[in-house]
Structures are given as structure tokens and as C-alpha cells.
Design a protein around this ligand. Structure first.
Ligand SMILES: [Zn+2]
Length: 457
């Protein structure tokens, strides 16, 4: 899984302050930084070992612990814990495969070719789904396996041959400046050059994963990763006005019912007893790509990820010729069939119709088979893994509708039972006479605004 490959970058370091002033690199390193925005939140949490410092960490752990009985299908758990991304096939061609997950490009078809090519034309994200013809879909293929070389040649997000980049400590990426050294140093507030030192560092998978985590946590991820290892910073207040506005325009007003258990003396919610819809609503966050979450929330996390996002906007405005497909980074879609009925944010879902050649089983997202067998292509539709029967329709639920859940103030989600709620209360050491039950019915938009706040703080 871990690659030995390394990328070399140069850092200008302020020795006295033990701080990275800026780094210089070619596109290989910058493309890796940019690719962070394509990752679903669930992937970010997984790669950061549940240490993003966002409320979502607890949610991720809850899904890991959830009994299969609570979920519509086994695939639902996999989709939440290892969500796919619209950019999986692109990210495979990055200079460093820090995602280490080749299986994200694995798909399955019906073993009967005429069924795949003419009759039902389906493919599946997970092995052994049942095809409409009744056969198990267990013939594996790798999506776009030949695209990789083309991408590497031309650049995944940045067009080849575009020279060097400067990366500030807080992940602002710009083209290498033609300014004089003096101008650059004054831009970074350096008055005395004697404390500066150039160091060369090698970036491998470990450093990239650390950068991803720290981009969510810190305003100086480069210093943290390359000069010191600093533990997380405490959350601060985060604005959500932008998000609220977007939600208001999108949401319907169907009320959601919550039963809250409140600690009267502290006016604090101990836990809420909620329906499966509400849990779907929260968990869908794991499938959202980071770039779209940044777009919708404006300010997101106390880290530097927003600077990275803004750098891409600026680069594509100033030098549109060097950037390739910025929609992939600035407005990435939810992976095909990952959207659910009760989705939290208005993020579009990818529609992925795959073409496949009968002779070589080359499958891509359009274009021709590399061998030119245009005539023997099948156009395939991805089936929805949230539903047991093979269906092409999107949406659906992750959780079984009949199950009632308990969501704590820390966003731990568990199926509700009297015993677990009582033992949870005992652990909280709240005297029972200080408790009060309250039923509230709130509009979807209020829940949205509130959920965000909890998720990101
Ligand atoms: Zn079939």
C-alpha cells in the first residue's frame, strides 16, 4: 500500500521562529494538495485517523460500530466508511498514490456478456450484487485503467509544463513569483534575512497524509509537518451564514421530530432520540467531497483548507490556461449512487455512465476503447447499492427506516434502547431528577443550520 516514491520540495525556513516561510515545488506536489478537495469527508476522516477535530470524527466512529442490522444493505456501511469520489480515477495518476486504495476503481458486471451489453446493461460498485437476470455480478473490471498514463503525461489538475509554484505555510498556492527577493521577503513580513535557511525535504505518503490532517486543523500545516509535530488546536467559532442561506433556498419545510433528553440545570442536551431519516441526514455528510463543503460553508474548520480552495479559484482566474477542470476541485460532485434521500447539503451527484469494450474489457467514461473497437461497446448504468434489488434510480436510505436511534451531544449515533440509554446516563453522572424530556418539531432548515454547526465545531 505505502509507496516508497518521494517528491522533493524546497523550503525557505525562518530558523529563529522555526517556521516555514514558503515552499517551492513543481506541479506534482501542488496537484496532491489540490486533490484534497476531491476527497469525500469520510475519506478525510479515515486518512486522518479520526483526528480532524471536527464533530464528524465521532460520527465516523459511530458508523464503524453500527450493527449491520441497522443498515439497509452491507454496502451502505462501506459507502459511508470508504466513499468513492468522482475523482478516484484522476487521483490514481497523481505523482504519489497517498490514497493507497486501488480497489476504489474496481467494479463488477454480470458474467453474461449479452446481459451486460444488450439486455440490462448494469454494473455494480460491490461484488456479488444480483443482476436483473438473476446472476451474481462478480466479473471484475477496473474503471479507466488506461486513462492513468494519459493523465500522468498531461497533468491531473494542472497542465504539464507550467513551471514552479510557491506554497505558503497556510497553503496558499501561487505561481512562482517573478518579484525580486526583497519584494517576496517583505510580502512574508521578513525584515532580517540572516535567520533564513533553505532546506530540501522529501515528501512521501506519510507527509502527505499528515498535511491532509493538518490542513483541517492548523493555520501553519507546512511548519507542523516539516519542522515540528504539533497537536491539534481547539475549535473556535465558525460562521455558517453562507450555508444557512444556501439551505434556505433549497430546503422544503417538512418538519423533523426530535425527542430530546435535557439536563435542566445546565440546559444541555444529553441525547436526542431520532428517526432513521435524521441519521441519514447526518451521515450523508461523510459522502460529501471536501471542495463542495468548503464552497457551501464558506469558512470550514479552523485549518488552512479554505486557503487552498481560494488559491485554485485565483489561479484559474489569473491563469486559466494552466488549470484543468477546476469544477472537479471547486465543485466536486458526490460519487455516483452515494447520494441519499435525506441529504444535508445541496451537492450534485455524479452521473456515471460507463462504456465498455467487449474484447479488452476496457471501461472508461466515454471516448473510444484504446484498441478502437467502437462497435462492440456497451453503455452501462451503475446500480444503487442502497437497495437490495438491482435498480438504476438514485437516492434511497443508508439506515433502516424502522430503527430508532440515539444521537448524543458529541454526535455519537447508536440504535436506541432503554438499557443503553440508562447506562449512557449513568456514565454522564446526571441525577435523574435533573432530567427532562422535551419533544420538538423543527423545520428542516433549522436542523440543517444546527447540524452543520455541530459537525464543524
Ligand atoms: Zn445479468
Amino acid at each position: 500500500m505505502a509507496e516508497k516514491k518521494m517528491i522533493n520540495i524546497r523550503l525557505l525556513v525562518d530558523k529563529e521562529k522555526n517556521k516555514v516561510v514558503f515552499a517551492e515545488s513543481d506541479k506534482d506536489f501542488v496537484e496532491i494538495l489540490f486533490s484534497f478537495l476531491t476527497l469525500p469527508i469520510g475519506t478525510v476522516v479515515r486518512l486522518a485517523n479520526n483526528e480532524t477535530n471536527l464533530g464528524i470524527d465521532a460520527l465516523y466512529k459511530s458508523v464503524e460500530a453500527l450493527d449491520m442490522q441497522c443498515l439497509q444493505t452491507e454496502a451502505c456501511k462501506k459507502m459511508l466508511l470508504r466513499p468513492r469520489s468522482e475523482a478516484d480515477h484522476k487521483n490514481k495518476s497523481l505523482a504519489l498514490n497517498y490514497l493507497g486504495s486501488a480497489d476504489l476503481l474496481d467494479y463488477y458486471i454480470c458474467p453474461k456478456w449479452t446481459c451486460t451489453s444488450e439486455t440490462h446493461c448494469l454494473y455494480s460498485m460491490f461484488e456479488s450484487a444480483t443482476c436483473l437476470c438473476g446472476q451474481k455480478m462478480n466479473r471484475r473490471f477496473v474503471l479507466g485503467k488506461n486513462i492513468t498514463d494519459d493523465n500522468r503525461l498531461n497533468g491531473t489538475y494542472i497542465v504539464n509544463g507550467s513551471g514552479k509554484f510557491m506554497i505558503s505555510d497556510d497553503l496558499e498556492v501561487t505561481r512562482l513569483s517573478t518579484d525580486t527577493t526583497f519584494q517576496i521577503l517583505s510580502r512574508f513580513g521578513i525584515k532580517d534575512g540572516s535567520a533564513l535557511e533553505e532546506i530540501k525535504v522529501s515528501v512521501g505518503t506519510v507527509e502527505v497524509l499528515d498535511l491532509l490532517k493538518r490542513s483541517m486543523l492548523s493555520k501553519k500545516p507546512m511548519t507542523d509537518v516539516f519542522l515540528m509535530k504539533q497537536k491539534g488546536i481547539h475549535a473556535k467559532t465558525i460562521k455558517t451564514e453562507k450555508a444557512d442561506k444556501k439551505i434556505k433556498s433549497e430546503s422544503d419545510n417538512k418538519p423533523v421530530n426530535l425527542n430530546l433528553l435535557i439536563q435542566k440545570s445546565q440546559n444541555k442536551v444529553i441525547y436526542a432520540v431520532v428517526e432513521a431519516d435524521f441519521v441519514d441526514f447526518l451521515l450523508s455528510f461523510l459522502t460529501f467531497p471536501l471542495g463542495s463543503v468548503v464552497e457551501l460553508l464558506g469558512e470550514f474548520s479552523q485549518g488552512s483548507i479554505c486557503n487552498l480552495y481560494e488559491s485554485i479559484e485565483k489561479l484559474s482566474n489569473i491563469k486559466p490556461e494552466i488549470m484543468r477542470s477546476t469544477d472537479n476541485l471547486l465543485r466536486p460532485k458526490i460519487a455516483c449512487q452515494h447520494g441519499c434521500k435525506n441529504q444535508l447539503l445541496p451537492i450534485e451527484e455524479e452521473k456515471k455512465a460507463v462504456t465498455m469494450c467487449e474484447s479488452c474489457f476496457y471501461a472508461g467514461l466515454g471516448g473510444n476503447c484504446i484498441h478502437g473497437f467502437y462497435l462492440r461497446k456497451a453503455y452501462l448504468c451503475l446500480i444503487n447499492p442502497k437497495v437490495l434489488a438491482a435498480v438504476k434510480e438514485t437516492g434511497g436510505r443508508f439506515m433502516k427506516e424502522s430503527i430508532v436511534f440515539m444521537v448524543t451531544d458529541e454526535l455519537i449515533v447508536e440504535p436506541f434502547s432503554q438499557i443503553s440509554s440508562i447506562s449512557f446516563l449513568n456514565k454522564q453522572c446526571v441525577p435523574f431528577n435533573d432530567l427532562e424530556e422535551r419533544s420538538v418539531s423543527v423545520g428542516k432548515q433549522e436542523v440543517s443550520a444546527h447540524s452543520y454547526y455541530t459537525l464543524i465545531c
